[in-house]
Design a protein around this ligand. Structure first.
Ligand SMILES: C[S@@+](CC[C@H](N)C(=O)[O-])C[C@H]1O[C@@H](n2cnc3c(N)ncnc32)[C@H](O)[C@@H]1O
Length: 355
């Protein structure tokens, strides 16, 4: 049991890092909503009725966000991971990212009004990536394809979740700790599929700096960003690749993770990707998925989840909401261990059966 003073010091250190960060991104959300309101008023209120927020849902969201932060801190206090460092960059970087975020909002808004979802599908990109991938997900400029998109991505995600996206990602660390318990990290191997800009791998490396890890993503720009972001770590390999064909031998790896990617995939691709994860896992290896809550997980949120894809272009989210992950996994030889809610996300844990 930690000394009360050291416990207090941990709590103060945690709060001094996480609370300003949450306030920073919540502030962005507030300003973004005010700007949207001004646009609505300029265009005439009737043009687009303001989505009404339900005070009971807002209360639930606040309570669930607080529960996530409590859990994140409890994990630190239990020694599952050290005090997290988010590596958001210097104040100048933060301000620059903030400027990029706000400068892009009018373009996102225009795309949303025109329902322009396929700007990134053109003669240059066609056939070079799967068709389902070549879309302006979230109506974002450049889809997944540009350096600017990669540089804006983490601000966009943190604003959406008011600075808790990394805390949600960290909830994959307790089930990884269980899987790695008592084993030499240098002899294990983890693959993160759809690793994006590398924020989850950063969380992993803070716990297991000598763990050989591979990050795969279909976006060259996001992989380039991830390489820059993760350059402080060794034994990390980042490659452009398709999770439908993971470049690793059968039964070669101890853990596969995928964070916030499943909802971006068409149903048949989800099945292929989970099958690939099962293929590369060693018997007894662990697959951890973190993604949005699904329909029925928290019935109060169902309406909000159903509306989400209309506002943020999310072509596969509706099918995601009803997807039966334990059944898909079972079909691939993975046993479902548990689901744990983490604010608006859930952590799904599966183990490859010994056959
Ligand atoms: C919502 S982002 C999540 C990124 C990251 N895991 C995170 O924690 O923020 C989805 C990512 O999945 C990648 N992606 C989508 N389809 C993919 C595929 N078939 N193979 C590899 N990456 C893919 C995208 O390029 C994007 O970086």
């Amino acid at each position: 049991m930690a000394h009360p003073l050291s416990r207090l010091a941990t709590r103060v250190a945690y709060a001094s890092r996480q609370l300003p960060r949450m306030a920073w991104y919540a502030g962005h959300l507030y300003v973004m909503r005010r700007l949207a309101e001004q646009v609505r008023q300029r265009e005439g209120e009737s043009a687009r009725p303001k989505p009404r927020s339900d005070p009971r849902i807002d209360e639930r969201l606040n309570a669930d966000r607080a529960a996530l932060i409590e859990q994140d801190l409890a994990n630190v206090e239990a020694g599952i991971y050290p005090l997290p460092v988010d590596h958001d960059g210097s104040l100048l970087t933060l301000l620059d990212r903030s400027r990029m975020f706000f400068r892009d909002l009018p373009d996102i808004d225009k795309r949303r009004k025109r329902n322009a979802t396929r700007e990134v599908l053109n003669a240059r990109t066609r056939g070079r990536r799967p068709d389902y991938y070549l879309q302006n997900f979230h109506f974002q400029s450049g889809g997944w394809l540009t350096e600017d998109s990669a540089d804006r991505y983490d601000t966009q995600v943190e604003v959406l979740f008011r600075g808790t996206a990394n805390a949600m990602r960290r909830q994959a660390l307790p089930p990884l700790t269980e899987a790695f318990a008592g084993r030499d990290q240098r002899k294990l191997r983890l693959i993160d599929i759809g690793c994006g800009t590398g924020r989850f791998l950063d969380c992993v490396k803070q716990v297991w700096p000598r763990l050989p890890t591979l990050g795969i993503d279909l976006s060259q720009a996001y992989i380039r960003h991830a390489r820059r972001h993760l350059r402080r770590w060794s034994r990390i390999h980042l490659i452009v690749g398709n999770a439908e064909a993971i470049p690793a031998p059968d039964n070669s790896c101890d853990a596969v993770t995928s964070i916030f990617m499943m909802h971006e995939l068409p149903p048949e691709v989800r099945r292929t990707v989970i099958g690939e994860a099962a293929r590369v896992l060693k018997p007894g290896g662990r697959l951890i998925l973190i993604d949005s809550l699904q329909r029925g997980d928290q019935p109060d949120y169902d309406g909000m989840l159903e509306r989400f894809p209309q506002y943020y272009h999310e072509p596969y989210y509706s099918t995601y909401l009803g997807e039966d992950f334990p059944a898909i996994a079972r079909g691939c030889g993975l046993a479902h261990r548990r689901d744990t809610a983490a604010f608006l996300s859930k952590v799904m844990v599966f183990d490859k059966e010994d056959r």
